[in-house]
Design a protein around this ligand. Structure first.
Ligand SMILES: *Cc1c(COP(=O)(O)O)cnc(C)c1O
Length: 236
C-alpha cells in the first residue's frame, strides 16, 4: 500500500465521524451544519495527505507556515484547493502568504495588516483576511488582546488593500469546557460588537481545533481548523 492509499483509507474512516460530530454540534445549537466549513490542516504531513484530503472532497486546506505552504501548493495547482494560512506570518513572508492563500486567518498586528494591504493595493486587489484575537490573554497566543480588539478591527477594516471577513481565535490548551466555551463566546461577542464597523465585510468565525471544535460550533464557529482528528498525529 502506498502512503497515499494508507492516508486515504484512514481518512475515509475518520471523516464521516468528524462530519457527524460537526452536524450534531450544529443541531444542538440550532445551526445549519452547512454553515460550518472544515479547514483541513495538512501542516506537518506529507503531500500524500493533501492527495487524500482532495480525494475525500476536502478543498479548504490549512498550513501554519508560509514556507511549508510554498513547498506544497505548487504540486496541486489547478486542483481547486483553497489554501488557508492559519499561523503567525512574519513580515518577510507576507508577500508569499498574500499570493498563495485564499484566506489569511492570522492577521495579528497592524504592521502585518498594513503590509498585506500595501501588497494588495499594489496589485489592484484586496487580500482576504481574518483578524486574530486573543481573548484568553495567554502570552503564548497571538492576536489582538480583547480590550484592544474593536479598535484594531476598525483600523484593519479601513485598509484599502484588504477584505476583512471576520475573526479568528485560538483557545487555551485545556480540556476545561468552561474555559473553552468562554473563549469562543467572547470571540463571537466581539464579532457581534464589531458588526457596525465600516469595511468589515464578513461574519466568519474561525475557531475550533481537534480537541474543541464541537464547543466552538455551539458558540458560532463557521470554520473549524482540523488536523489531528482527520489525519492522525503529525509525524516527527
Ligand atoms: C495546527 C493547528 C490547528 C490544527 O490542530 P489539531 O489539533 O491538529 O486539529 C488549528 N489551528 C492552528 C492555528 C494550528 O496551528
Amino acid at each position: 500500500m502506498t502512503d497515499r492509499e494508507a492516508y486515504q483509507r484512514a481518512l475515509r474512516e475518520r471523516s464521516p465521524r468528524v462530519r457527524e460530530r460537526i452536524a450534531a454540534a450544529a443541531v444542538r445549537s440550532g445551526r445549519d451544519a452547512a454553515a460550518v466549513r472544515i479547514v483541513a490542516v495538512t501542516k506537518g504531513h506529507p503531500l500524500a495527505v493533501v492527495e487524500a484530503a482532495l480525494a475525500e472532497g476536502l478543498r479548504d486546506l490549512g498550513e501554519n507556515r508560509v514556507e511549508e505552504l510554498a513547498e506544497k501548493s505548487p504540486h496541486f495547482e489547478g486542483r481547486g484547493v483553497r489554501w488557508h494560512v492559519i499561523g503567525h506570518v512574519q513580515g518577510r513572508k507576507a508577500r508569499g502568504a498574500a499570493h498563495l492563500a485564499a484566506l489569511i486567518h492570522s492577521v495579528d498586528s497592524l504592521r502585518l495588516a498594513g503590509k498585506l494591504s500595501r501588497l494588495g493595493e499594489a496589485e489592484g486587489r484586496r487580500v482576504p483576511v481574518l483578524v486574530q484575537v486573543n481573548v484568553s490573554g495567554e502570552a503564548t497566543k497571538g492576536g489582538f488582546p480583547e480590550a484592544d480588539a474593536l479598535g484594531a478591527i476598525a483600523r484593519v477594516a479601513e485598509l484599502g488593500g484588504l477584505r476583512v471577513l471576520g475573526l479568528m481565535t485560538m483557545a487555551p490548551f485545556t480540556s476545561d469546557v468552561r474555559t473553552l466555551r468562554d473563549t469562543f463566546r467572547r470571540t463571537r461577542r466581539l464579532l457581534e460588537a464589531a458588526a457596525g464597523i465600516d469595511g468589515l465585510e464578513g461574519r466568519e468565525l474561525s475557531m475550533g481545533m481537534s480537541n474543541d471544535f464541537e464547543i466552538a460550533i455551539e458558540e458560532g464557529s463557521t470554520m473549524v481548523r482540523l488536523g489531528t482528528t482527520l489525519f492522525g498525529e503529525r509525524p516527527g
